[in-house]
Design a protein around this ligand. Structure first.
Ligand SMILES: [Zn+2]
Length: 160
C-alpha cells in the first residue's frame, strides 16, 4: 500500500523557523496576495477506524481530520504546512478540495495579503473528542479576539 514516489518541496512560499508564539512556525518567503496557495497538507493518511485504534498520546499536534473522517498525520511525510501555528485571528486558512483523482485534499492558502517574513497562522478549530477542557489547549496568540483556547468556538461553549 505504501508508494514511494520522489516528491520535491511543494511549499516554496513557506520557510520553517522558530516561532514567536509556539515552537516552530511557518513564515512567508515572499509577499503574497490574499488566497495564494501555500501548499497541500500532506502526510500519512488514516481511516477513522485506524485513528480510533491507535494510542496517540500527546502527538496530536500534526493531525488533521478531514470531513470524510480521514486523518492526515503531517508528522509522517508532511511538508512545511504542518508548521503553521494557531491564531484566533489568522492570516491563512485550510480548505478542503477534491483533486483530479477524486481524493479529498486539504489546501492551505492565505486569506489576506501577507508580507515576506510574516508568520503564517490558521485557526485550528480543534475538537476534543475525549471531552478535554478548553484549558488543555490554551492559546497565546495575543489577538484582540483571542478565545484563550485552540478549540473550535462550539467546543468552548459546551465546555463551559
Ligand atoms: Zn488565540
Amino acid at each position: 500500500m505504501a508508494k514511494h514516489r520522489k516528491h520535491t518541496s511543494s511549499t516554496p512560499y513557506i520557510r520553517v523557523a522558530p516561532s514567536g508564539v509556539h515552537g516552530l512556525g511557518a513564515f512567508a518567503t515572499r509577499d503574497l496576495p490574499a488566497f495564494a496557495l501555500l501548499g497541500l497538507y500532506e502526510g500519512r493518511r488514516y481511516s477513522k477506524e485506524e485513528i480510533a485504534a491507535k494510542a496517540w498520546d500527546d502527538q496530536l499536534t500534526y493531525l488533521f481530520t478531514l470531513s470524510n473522517h480521514e486523518t492526515i498525520d503531517g508528522a509522517k511525510g508532511g511538508n512545511g504546512t504542518r508548521h503553521l501555528n494557531h491564531a484566533c485571528d489568522p492570516n491563512c486558512e485550510a480548505v478542503e478540495e477534491y483533486d483530479d483523482a477524486g481524493r479529498l485534499v486539504l489546501k492551505f492558502q492565505t486569506i489576506v495579503p501577507v508580507e515576506a517574513g510574516d508568520e503564517l497562522f490558521i485557526d485550528y478549530c480543534l475538537t476534543a473528542d475525549d471531552g478535554s477542557p478548553a484549558s488543555k489547549y490554551p492559546c497565546h496568540c495575543g489577538s484582540a479576539n483571542c478565545r484563550g483556547t485552540m478549540l473550535a468556538p462550539a467546543e468552548v461553549d459546551s465546555a463551559s
